[in-house]
Design a protein around this ligand. Structure first.
Ligand SMILES: Cc1cc2nc3c(=O)[nH]c(=O)nc-3n(C[C@H](O)[C@H](O)[C@H](O)COP(=O)(O)O)c2cc1C
Length: 242
């Protein structure tokens, strides 16, 4: 039986050593299906997931992960990518979806308005937000927005680096959905950013414009797989009720 959300969150630890026991790739894939249900900025879904089950590829990737135990002993790996570069494609997918979803002859007035607003968002606002050239347009937007922001609230995260963060944020949420789903079925994971991302991309034939968000080791925890008790700074240091 699957754990409850609270149980799965409590169970999930970063596991650095896995048992030499196979895990079911179909179940892992199902957890990746849960990952893509994570919320995502503007529903652009600027992410991709590589599910590695081939032992030779795992070996190559564990070298790119500096032979960390969490990669070396993993039964499978999941590479989470941030694909900011796919924004045009994803805008188009959203536009196609909207045109289909609202394709009814007797559409209510409020739905006609909603469709128009949503289409405007993906056809005009998103291209302005995401378009950039060597960071120059982003900087220009940023400066204009700072000036406008003196007079009214405005979205200020418009630089190239900001848009990369936007894509990574959503990819991180998907990664967490994945890890919690794995924990719910008693599977273990370890998120890793310690890797040579260029070598990872070369191994998986991933375009340069894609960015590695994290690599997640997967397996069943060994008795020595969890390195120590969980440490968190005091809750009241990070919690602010206003
Ligand atoms: C984005 C990210 C990157 C991480 N990179 C690594 C890593 O490269 N190697 C590693 O052993 N653990 C890595 N961790 C795991 C953290 O060290 C771990 O989450 C933290 O110590 C808290 O422990 P817990 O996950 O067991 O609660 C990473 C975690 C996150 C969220």
């Amino acid at each position: 039986m699957e754990k409850t959300v609270t149980e799965a969150i409590a169970y999930r630890r970063s596991c650095r050593v896995y048992k030499d026991v196979e895990i079911d790739a179909t179940k892992v894939k199902q957890c990746i299906k849960n990952a893509v249900l994570a919320p995502t900025s503007s529903n652009l879904q600027l992410w991709e997931f590589y599910h590695i089950t081939d032992k030779e590829v795992i070996k190559k990737l564990s070298s790119a992960c500096f032979y960390q135990n969490a990669a070396k002993t993993a039964q499978q790996l999941v590479v989470v990518l941030a694909r900011k570069d796919l924004w045009r494609q994803r805008c188009k997918s959203n536009i196609d979806f909207l045109n289909k979803a609202f394709d009814k002859p007797d559409l209510e007035e409020r739905l006609v308005k909603r469709k128009k607003m949503a289409l405007n968002y993906y056809q005009k606002i998103m291209p302005i937000t995401y378009f950039d050239f060597l960071g120059i347009f982003g900087l220009l937007k940023y400066l204009i927005f700072q000036v406008v922001g003196l007079f009214r609230p405005i979205y200020r995260q418009a630089r190239l680096s900001d848009m990369r963060i936007v894509a990574h944020k959503s990819a991180g949420l998907a990664a967490q959905n994945f890890m919690i789903s794995m924990a719910a079925i008693g599977y273990d994971t370890c998120p890793m950013e310690g890797s040579d991302t260029l070598r990872v991309k070369q191994t998986l034939n991933i375009p340069r414009s894609a960015e590695i968000n994290m690599i997640i080791g997967c397996g069943l925890r060994d008795d020595k797989g969890i390195y120590g008790p969980r440490f968190r700074v005091p809750f009241n240091d990070v919690y602010h009720e206003v």
